[in-house]
Design a binder for this molecule. Structure first.
Ligand code: CA
Length: 371
């Protein structure tokens, strides 16, 4: 069972609003409210007002679902097949989607999303500099910073370079918003770095000098955070294979899931399926097997690629449907064993520039990670 991490719990300034999917379930579970939501959404999407949604008209909804699933924007090879899969959930190969189908599929997707959030809740943190102040005044500050500093090997670098490199490694644990976010970089980090870096580059930088200057920069970061607090969505997912184990041990559920996953896989006239579709079919199984969509988690991609390699998924051979299902089951089993030996945990922190709390915003296309 996933619990909210210690990191998130101890945040003093955050308050840590938790997104555990319960509000999504509330929406889907309330017939009247959900019908209204669907009506509204459908009307918004049905641009030519013919009472049906074309694949083109569905695009914004698909983009919104992708963003809510944490996928990179469309246009990257790793995520595009997931987008087309979401789209085909709606269309099933047709050119128009009725409101009834739209409602059904949307409800399925939202319930899946809620289940994911229940397993791995997202905690919304408000980073306002308080935790960072606490960190720089704590006994752990010096040893931690020195340890990071001493591992950095830079040739001909300025004090500013060193400070940047150490700053990069501070996390929400220390009260630092994600450094890689362009908004954070522009509005918090760069202004704080501005007044440093005028030191003689020829001179070796001593630990004491470094610590002193670093602390000054971080103090300025805390000032900027106080003026412009950053809202961060923090989640920790761990994949240890237990969800796969649950699925594999329930024959009824497994058969149902396999059939479902095979529905959209192209078959030839003799009902043979090319093994190159294993990856797509596996993605169809991912939610039921508690796996992230392919392409989202690097370490997981590695495991999946390795396992697909073991069954020669790329040899282009076509196999009968039953054999294909058997292969998928084997693949799940191998992934499960690998994860049981080496569980993968991923924590992710993304800056929220819009309120995330209502399910209706989950489905509006808001792919921007910077305003
Ligand atoms: Ca239409």
């Amino acid at each position: 069972m996933a619990t909210i991490s210690g990191t998130a719990k101890k945040k003093s300034g955050g308050g840590g609003q938790v997104l555990d999917g319960s509000n999504i379930m509330e929406l889907v579970g309330n017939k009247e409210v959900f019908s209204n939501f669907v009506d509204h959404k459908f009307q918004e999407l049905d641009r030519d007002r013919d009472g049906k949604l074309s694949p083109k008209e569905l695009e914004p909804a698909v983009a919104g679902i992708g963003a809510a699933l944490g996928l990179p924007a469309q246009g990257t090879p790793d995520s595009d097949h997931i987008y087309s899969q979401v789209l085909s959930e709606f269309t099933h190969g047709t050119q128009e989607v009725s409101k009834t189908v739209f409602k059904e599929v949307l409800s399925d997707i939202l319930i899946g999303m809620a289940a994911g959030l229940k397993r791995d809740p997202i905690v919304i943190l408000r980073i306002d500099g308080e935790d960072l102040v606490e960190f720089i005044n704590s006994p752990r500050f010096e040893p931690e910073i020195i340890s990071i500093f001493s591992k950095i090997q830079l040739a001909n670098s300025s004090l500013r370079d060193y400070i940047t490199r150490v700053l990069e490694q501070l996390t929400v644990d220390h009260g630092m918003p994600p450094y890689s976010d362009s908004w954070v970089l522009r509005n918090i980090v760069e202004p704080a770095l501005q007044s440093c870096g005028n030191h003689d580059e020829e001179q070796a930088i001593s630990q004491d000098t470094f610590l002193q200057e670093f602390k000054k920069v971080v103090e300025r970061v805390t000032q900027h955070l106080k003026e412009q607090p950053v809202i961060v969505a923090h989640s920790e997912n761990s994949f240890d294979g237990s969800s796969i184990e649950r699925l594999l041990s329930n024959k009824f559920e497994l058969d149902k899931t396999l059939n479902e996953a095979l529905k959209d896989v192209p078959k030839d006239r003799d009902h043979m399926i090319s093994k190159k579709h294993l990856r797509i079919a596996l993605d169809g199984l991912a939610p039921a097997a508690g796996l992230p969509p392919y392409g989202v988690v690097d370490q997981m991609n590695k495991v999946v690629n390795e396992v697909l390699g073991m069954v020669n998924a790329d040899d282009g051979k076509a196999v009968a449907e039953e054999e294909f299902k058997k292969l998928l089951t084997e693949i799940l089993g191998s992934i499960m064993l690998q994860l049981a030996d080496n569980p993968i945990s991923v924590s992710s922190d993304s800056v929220v520039h819009e309120p995330l709390s209502s399910p209706s915003t989950l489905l509006s296309p808001s792919s921007s990670s910077s305003p």
